[in-house]
Design a protein around this ligand. Structure first.
Ligand SMILES: [Zn+2]
Length: 237
């Protein structure tokens, strides 16, 4: 019977992915002090291969069970309650290597912008380049809309860049960043024949989106807080 453990995969980003266990090594055994309880607390390392992507991780566990050989023969989900020789044992994940990457974003973004950016980052980390490029465009679109008048709402990003140009709010170089993010997003979503095939192709859009959001939201909020002013309404902690 194959053994598996359920972990968040750092490679393909699947949550609770089934990892088929190759090897378990018991690293410590602590017998129970009670005469009536014959179970011991074990720590053990398990190496496994992710079902969806085939990449490997090592995870350390700590838990109670009746006998160490049971670990070798056990079947079940090692991430939570596992069955060892028919008994349940509570297991705790002590470490995981590589650890699951958490998508990150510039600080203090308003929630709709944060959501779009994190969605793009998640797609980026999974290698779904077209989805990532579309996500960066959406994040940038949402980021610049509040700078414009009501009539910008509902318009595409292209006309918004034209309106931004007239406001002189952003330096020309920054408008070029936005154009690159827009063009990559349009290409990803609308081109009939071509797709993005590599990280390098969308790296500029990712970098410009990050820098623009940092400039527009993170830095002003940091300044507000450094001046002791209350946080901007709608900004995240
Ligand atoms: Zn995986």
């Amino acid at each position: 019977m194959s053994l598996f453990m359920s972990l968040d995969c750092p490679h393909c980003m699947v949550s609770h992915s089934p990892f088929y266990i190759h090897k378990i090594v018991v690293t410590s055994t602590t017998p129970s002090r009670s005469d009536r309880d014959r179970s011991s607390t074990y720590t053990f390392d398990a190496s496994g291969v992710c079902g969806p992507c085939g990449r490997m991780v090592v995870a350390g566990f700590k838990g109670r069970c009746l006998a160490p050989p049971a670990l070798e023969k056990s079947a079940g989900d090692l991430s939570g309650t596992a069955k060892f020789q028919g008994h349940h044992a509570d297991l705790e994940i002590v470490f995981q290597a590589p650890s699951p990457a958490k998508p990150s974003a510039p600080e203090h973004l308003p929630p709709p912008i944060l959501r779009a950016y994190l969605d793009a980052e998640k797609a980026y980390s999974q290698g779904i380049w077209n989805l990532a490029a579309g996500g960066y465009r959406k994040a940038v679109d949402r980021a610049v809309t509040p700078l414009l008048s009501e009539e910008a709402k509902g318009k595409m990003l292209g006309p918004k860049i034209g309106m931004l140009e007239k406001t002189n709010l952003l330096p020309p170089a920054m408008l070029d960043w936005i154009r690159i993010v827009k063009n990559d997003g349009n290409f990803a979503l609308h081109d009939d024949d071509h797709d993005f095939d590599s990280r390098e192709e969308i790296e500029p859009a990712r970098e410009f989106a990050f820098t623009l959001l940092t400039y527009l939201y993170t830095l002003p909020e940091k300044v507000r807080r450094a001046q002791g002013l209350p946080k901007e309404e709608g900004s995240t902690p």
